[in-house]
Design a binder for this molecule. Structure first.
Ligand code: NAD
Length: 345
């Protein structure tokens, strides 16, 4: 395993490999950057094929959190944690408590939260061992950040639509949403209320059917979503969905969604740009969740203030799109550039 010269290493400050024989814990915590504050990032529990896969994933995600928090103007750095385990079969209280002790050993340099494979209940168990956990909600309310993520994507999409189509409203705008899980379903409802026409897909046919009926939306098979005759494509399922093949196939003129790491390779950003498809950088559009999770850490939680902060995502998207247009380049590279400028202070 290569660490310091790993292609995704990107000057990580600290990488911790944690092991607990009794519970079977095998975990990696990656702290990319703490210049703006403690490194906050979710805990992913996934049955990685091997340690190299786990390391690659945690490094990529952790760097992404640094950039996301910097562009969302949060007093946070970037970090992430992974446990190599199957969340359906291997997730025991002993394993989660051992993870809590590992997080505690970092003394607050890393703050954990839920991510795919881990949920609010798991965070409560981890909380028994460390207070460096967020996303547990306030005053008995759920800590689920998805509605905030969805609202941020909605605001980012409004900016992208203004740039692309020169219009301020969503009435009649045709949007294809890939994945109607936690974020996708909230986004679909918000777009429906704003008058958009929706094309939805999901591998979970039951939830897809229910939501399509509720919103009067067209539902299509997962593979057909890329060919939908729409204005905007919103990836809200998994990462690496924008491959070279998909970039050449999409009918939409704008992309704006919640999924992390949407670009399968950096080349795709260039391809989309050449095809005249506006790509809204994922970690800018989907920062609503981390804005909410950060706010939940503080005693004086104020939901309206969180919403106002989430809505500022639109201004950041405006800035990125204006610079990208002026330089005739993809917004993806401009977002990275802007994040690095903010990190430099
Ligand atoms: P989720 O698991 O609740 O929803 C994902 C949905 O996508 C599921 O319904 C799943 O069945 C569907 N799906 C999976 N593969 C698919 C495929 N090939 N085609 C169509 N549908 C498919 O997850 P979520 O919390 O809604 O998050 C969605 C994405 O947004 C993820 O990539 C996540 O990392 C990212 N994200 C989420 C948040 C948040 O607040 N939840 C914040 C930032 C980023």
């Amino acid at each position: 395993m290569r660490v310091f010269d790993h292609p995704e290493f990107d000057h990580h400050q600290q990488i911790v490999f944690g092991c607990d024989e009794a519970s079977g814990l095998r975990a990696i915590i990656a702290i990319h950057d703490t210049r703006r504050g403690p490194a906050l990032g979710g805990l992913r529990i996934y049955p990685y094929a091997d340690e190299d896969d786990a390391l690659t994933d945690v490094l990529r995600l952790s760097r992404g959190m640094t950039y996301k928090s910097a562009l969302a103007d949060l007093p946070l750095g970037g970090g992430k944690a992974v446990i190599i385990a199957n969340p359906r079969t291997d997730k025991t209280p002993a394993l989660l408590r051992a993870m809590g002790r590992l997080v505690e050993s970092l003394g607050g340099r890393y703050i954990t939260a839920e991510d795919s494979g881990s949920g609010e209940e798991d965070m409560r168990l981890i909380r028994e061992e460390t207070r460096h956990v967020s996303g547990l909600g306030h005053d008995g309310e759920s800590g689920d950040p998805s509605p905030f993520t969805a609202h941020g994507v909605f605001c980012a999409m409004k900016s992208a639509v203004r740039y692309c189509f020169g219009r301020d409203d969503m009435k009649g705008l045709r949007v294809a949403i890939q994945g109607v899980g936690h974020v996708g379903a909230h986004l679909a409802r918000e777009l429906h209320e704003a008058g958009a026409q929706l094309v939805l897909t999901d591998v979970d046919r039951d939830s897809l059917g229910l939501l399509s009926d509720e919103l009067g939306a067209l539902s299509v098979a997962p593979e057909e979503i890329f060919d939908a005759e729409v204005d905007v494509f919103a990836p809200c399922a998994m990462g690496a969905v924008l491959t070279e093949g998909v970039a050449g196939r999409l009918r939409a003129r704008a992309i704006c969604g919640a999924a992390n790491n949407q670009l399968a390779t950096p080349v795709v950003a260039e391809l989309l740009h050449r095809r005249g498809i506006l790509y809204t950088p994922d970690y800018v559009a989907n920062a609503g969740g981390v804005i909410e999770v950060e706010a939940q850490r503080h005693e004086n939680y104020d939901r309206d203030a969180v919403m106002r902060h989430v809505e500022r995502i639109a201004a950041t998207v405006d800035e990125i799109l204006a610079r990208a247009q002026a330089q005739d380049t993809s917004p993806a590279g401009i977002a990275d550039q802007l994040a690095r400028e903010r990190l430099q202070g």
